[in-house]
Design a protein. Structure first.
Lengths: 322, 151
């Protein structure tokens, strides 16, 4: 059987609801860019109309527990839910300990829920490529809600959040210097801000500060086309504020569906997929080529800039040969 | 046995091959120090480890293995219920057609139970006091064996 045929077979089974086939399909996407492209070319002609929800925020803010509550909420409505839970790879050992699932295990055996842990791995662009491609697959397979959980650090995370239709940023009370702790990068990208663990005593104070910052436009800004970022209080562990959060997420979905933004995001996602795959292929080859070219001597007539250009040329020659 | 150089060799083998391990606490048993130590050691050896958390049913473990598409499953049981739990787990793996995934077990297992567990289909049993190196080495070899059979 040819590679393409075996991919078609796995995809066919996954489409019929075979979870083991879907699990294998996601592994294919993670491990081989070439096979991943074959998968994409099989599914791109259709889209499923899924709502992609990005949930980000610092480690320990309760994202996984919150997602578990959202899953329960969506399950009750009869929806199909996929979760892509991103956890960091250790730069030292290349290993990863993926623990996001722990909080969601009550849903492990639900027929309408599929949870996949994704390590960030070393190669730049790699995570985003497989993450974005996984979104495409879940969309094609008819999942209604695709929830992407990430830690909100680094460009790969920002990339993957940008393809989400709705971005939820989670924070908690008592992060020290009030707003200061929240400013780093991700606090600007949210459509919805969630103050989780709001059962804690210092929650009201943090809420007041966040509310003030939101008013000043320091958290996200008003979307040019009219979405005013919201601030909500939840306590995932107590199950409080979940319905309000789900309602606000739906409100945002209505907004993006009515403003063309929904299709725009799909376009962004697909453009990004090409860019990220190019990045992945190039960087992997660059690493390999650089390693094999041995010592590069910098001399008068072989300056740093020229040496880099030569390396790039070598990489493209080798890529062309493949 | 278990020199630093051997471990480095193993780590080299793992890189590029990306071994995905599911570490599971099966049954009504909250003692997860051992499972966490093993999970950490496998991670430090370069593997991708998914930890389920405590008090999992065999159904949850099997579904997790399916969704995560893991290479191998490590189970920790200190409750004494290892025989019925492992029987159920392995028959579920068979039912789902994924019994090519090797399963190893760690915990307080009485020696006389080991042959029975092997008969059920447990690939390897680790008793208290096992050096982490042995577990890492076993994991790499078991996955290698599985992959050479599978592909």
């Amino acid at each position: 059987m040819s590679e393409r045929d075996s991919i078609k077979e796995v995809l066919g089974k996954a489409t019929k609801g075979d979870k083991a086939a879907l699990g294998r399909l996601l592994t294919i996407i993670e491990t081989s860019p070439k096979k991943a492209s074959m998968v994409v070319s099989e599914i791109l002609h259709e889209e499923g109309g899924a709502h992609v929800i990005g949930i980000t925020g610092i480690p320990g803010s309760g994202k996984s527990t919150l997602i578990s509550r959202l899953i329960s909420h969506y399950k009750d409505k009869g929806l199909k839910i996929a979760v892509i839970a991103i956890d960091p790879t250790s730069p030292l050992s290349q290993g990863a300990l993926l623990g996001d699932r722990i909080r969601m295990q009550e849903h492990a055996t639900s027929p309408n829920v599929f949870i996949r842990s994704v390590p960030t791995r070393g190669v730049k662009g790699g995570l985003s490529f497989s993450g974005v491609t996984m979104i495409e697959v879940f969309d094609k397979l008819g999942y209604d809600k695709i929830i992407v959980e990430s830690i909100g650090v680094g460009q790969t995370d920002i990339d993957i959040m940008n393809v989400a239709h709705t971005i939820v940023v989670v924070t908690t009370p008592g992060l020290g210097d009030d707003i200061q702790a929240l400013k780093a990068g991700i606090m600007e990208i949210g459509d919805i801000y969630v103050l989780n663990k709001s059962d804690k005593p210092e929650a009201n104070k943090t809420y007041a500060y966040l509310d003030f910052a939101l008013d000043l436009g320091e958290l996200g800004g008003v979307d040019k086309r009219g979405w005013q970022p919201r601030l909500l209080k939840t306590s995932a562990i107590m199950g409080e504020g979940i319905r309000e959060l789900a309602d606000t997420i739906e409100e945002h979905l209505d907004y993006i569906r009515s403003s063309n933004k929904y299709t725009e995001k799909i376009q962004t996602r697909r453009m990004l997929m090409v860019k990220l795959l190019a990045e992945k292929i190039f960087l992997e080859k660059l690493e390999e080529t650089a390693e094999n070219s041995g010592e590069v001597r910098l001399e008068k007539d072989n300056n740093l800039y020229q040496a880099s250009i030569n390396l790039i040329k070598k990489v493209s020659r080798e890529l062309e040969r493949e | 046995m278990g020199g630093a150089a051997d471990i480095l060799e193993l780590i080299k083998e793992i890189r590029g091959r990306r071994i995905k391990v599911l570490v599971a606490k099966l049954g009504l048993d909250g003692h997860d120090r051992g499972a966490k130590v093993v999970a950490r050691a496998l991670k430090d050896a370069g593997m991708e480890v998914i930890y389920t958390g405590i008090r999992q049913s065999p159904e949850q473990v099997v579904e997790t293995a399916i969704q995560e598409d893991v290479d191998i499953i490590g189970v920790s049981i200190l409750s004494g219920a290892h025989i019925p739990l492992m029987e159920r787990l392995i028959s579920l793996l068979r039912e789902k057609g994924i019994d090519d995934i090797p399963v190893f077990l760690g915990g307080t297992i009485p020696l006389p139970d080991i042959p029975k567990l092997e008969e059920i289909g447990v690939d390897k049993v680790f008793l208290p006091g096992t050096p982490l190196y042995d577990i890492i080495k076993y994991t790499v070899e078991a996955v290698k064996k599985k992959r050479s059979r599978g592909n």
